[in-house]
Design a protein around this ligand. Sequence first.
Ligand SMILES: [Zn+2]
Length: 225
Amino acid sequence: MKSSRFLNKNYWIDIIIPNCCPCCGKLLRWDQMFCEKCREGLDSLAKRRGKEYPPPANTDGCIWLYRYDEPAKGGIMTLKNGVGKKFAIYSAQSIADKLGELDFSPDLITAVPMLKIKAWARGWNQAELIARKLGKAAGIKCDFSILKQHFSRQHQHSLNAKERAEFVGDLYSLRRKHTDVKGKNILICDDVITTGSTISKCAELLRSIGADHVAAVSICRTEIK
Ligand SMILES: [Zn+2]
């Protein structure tokens, strides 16, 4: 029997909260994920994502979905603003579908940490949100008790790749009471990978406590020139 739209909870949710495209905000039909223009744009970014880019240092692999440009940039922005959770759910499922590309089977997912005060002010850490959705999609346990970020007045965006690598060296560390990851294969999740120095530092820390394999996963990766 053909299922009725009246049996789909999204149909009823749409009556209360209108369904919008997570990348551009355009109003959509209740059962659409993206508008036509953003769907085509994302397909194009996926094809031009730079598959040949090397994984960040200290990692055994890297999976990302899109080159960091519009309309994916818009999707990341809504995710940071807390209204793009369905973009996280959709992207997490797409990342889960690609996990077979790795040379190992992941045991644990963690995320690039965010300062507690920043996560509190924002309401969430978007990297953690993607990680949770990925954990659910792939059936892998999440653990956010391993890494932490320290406070700094310096903004990373104003630094070049070399300065950024030096800067993140002091920005992340292990939590005092962290989970034992000896012999485990770990995924580090982020929303966007730029120079890769943050992921490299996190991977280095995970390896220092015995992680066997470490790979990075993200929705976007910036172009490597
Ligand atoms: Zn759109």
